[in-house]
Design a protein around this ligand. Structure first.
Ligand code: IPE
Ligand code: IPE
Ligand code: MG
Length: 244
């Protein structure tokens, strides 16, 4: 499968809504926490596969602003898993020259998670092969509210003029300010919705939905998605004739 991928035409930015951990566990008669735990194996596979191929940016939706409304115990399990994964995966990141980044309302994270996260971000800051962004306590609407508030304040205080506001100004005020637009958005588990993820950044992304539950997602599934992506014609509003 990997041989079918044209590495000259890779998506520059892949974003993934990692969904289906709970259902995976339920199907096996296990508790949801085990599903989340097994989901971390898929994270490792995906991160490695992207780095090996040469994908420059990978963004993973790990925890949404809405996920705070889950039962307290599940939220705690997810936060603990985050800390242990960060501790465990720092080596994978260093070995593969991957830089860690995080987007979202990070101030809501438990101190332990926040501290561990900053530590790994700091330690991997000079890595350059790929940027891995974790969306944590992330909600796209909240991101937009935050950006609009910041821009409005700057206008009010004469730091920027109203006339200068354009798409690039908005881009610069989003959590994703240093990332290119998403080229390929993947969602696992059969759900076909966006769930408040990167609304602005996926304006022209190619969408790929698969029924595979996240803990079953492997490198092969990622290759499938990229091969499908490369068969598509991205017209950005133009006609097919204009492109050739
Ligand atoms: C995705 O799996 C992980 C998170 C949202 C944190 P889910 O926990 O949503 O699994 P399902 O959708 O209930 O199967
Ligand atoms: C989206 O999954 C959030 C993450 C994958 C982190 P959810 O399982 O929370 O989404 P909904 O609630 O089914 O839309
Ligand atoms: Mg879900």
């Amino acid at each position: 499968m990997k041989d079918q991928i044209n590495t000259d035409r890779l998506p520059k930015h892949i974003a993934i809504i990692m969904d289906g951990n709970g259902r995976w566990a339920k199907q096996k008669g296990l508790i949801r926490a085990i599903g989340h735990e097994n989901g971390t194996k898929s994270v490792r596979q995906t991160v490695e596969a992207c780095a090996e191929l040469g994908v420059e940016n990978l963004t993973l939706y790990a925890f949404s602003t809405e996920n705070w409304n889950r039962p307290k115990l599940e939220v705690e399990t997810l936060m603990k898993l985050l800390v242990s994964s960060l501790k465990k995966e720092i080596k994978t990141l260093q070995d593969n020259n991957i830089k860690l980044n995080a987007i979202g309302n990070l101030s809501l994270l438990p101190k332990k998670v926040y501290k561990e996260l900053l530590e790994v971000i700091d330690k991997t800051a000079n890595n350059s092969r790929m940027t891995l962004t974790l969306a944590l306590s992330y909600g796209s609407r909240e991101e937009l509210v935050q950006a609009i508030t910041e821009i409005s304040n700057k206008v009010k205080n004469n730091i920027i003029s109203l006339e200068s506001i354009d798409e690039s100004v908005i881009n610069k005020h989003l959590y994703t300010q240093n990332l290119p637009d998403v080229d390929l958005l993947i969602r696992t588990s059969g759900e076909q919705r966006i769930s408040n993820f990167l609304l602005w950044q996926i304006a022209y992304a190619e969408l790929f939905f698969t029924k595979v539950l996240w803990p079953d997602f492997t490198k092969q599934h990622l290759y499938d998605a990229i091969i499908d992506y490369q068969k598509r014609e991205r017209r950005f509003g133009k006609t097919s004739e204009q492109l050739s």
